[in-house]
Design a protein. Sequence first.
Length: 278
Amino acid sequence: MTAVRPRVLYVTDLAYPARGRRYCDEDILLTSRLRSHADVALCHPRDAVALLDAFDAVVVRNSGPVLGYPEAYEEFRARALATGARVYNQLTGRGDMAGKQYLLDLTAAGYPVIPTVDRAADLGRLPEAAEYAVKPKLGADSEGLRFVPADALERELSGGSGDLLVQPRVDFAYEVSFYFVDHDFQYALYAPDPHRRWALEPYEADADDLAFARRFVEWNTLGHGIQRVDACRAPDGALLLVELEDLNPYLSLDALSERQKDAFVDALVAALRRLLAA
């Protein structure tokens, strides 16, 4: 990266019990590769504030949902922004990094996203469905997700606090994820069985698929960072956005070939070089 080896603080929670995934394996792999290019130290997200000033860059990876340590995360954000620390991902993301408000914003703007509302008065804007998904705006890892019939929706939103989202339950064919480093597409994976979200296989994205995914990457205006665009294939064949993961997206590197893993690491190293040179 430079003549003097940079110091990189790698923020992760190796013990986070993710559903259907082993976060620790992914971070062990990435840090073992990054050590060829930088001096790397791992720390838990609760320790990041105390350590970040001693490093040239901070990489936030599989640190788990920030709901588990909200005060520590806000302190980290405030400290990093105040000191101008180089953080990867950049802290200005408009996707999951800022909660689920983007689903409402994208719906209102006419983007291809699962239609989303957060007020009882707007339920009429949703298409008819047998069931609807209700989830917290600040949820993660499907925490708090429930499926309810149409006649229960008004009761779900009756509190009027605006902290819940409602979407029609889509009978999709499969889910597919597109992975980007900065604004460069890396690979795509999909779950052919809708009931096994993390049983992923390689997916050959065509030009239309990539144009779909790039719309959201460009909308996010994230200068540097890893983004995962999650989508579902709707009954009419169209792709609809499910989530825009821009904080610490799991990468499912175990589903890649060794060549693909090498290419991803090369892209990440190049991105960190750009960050350190900025």
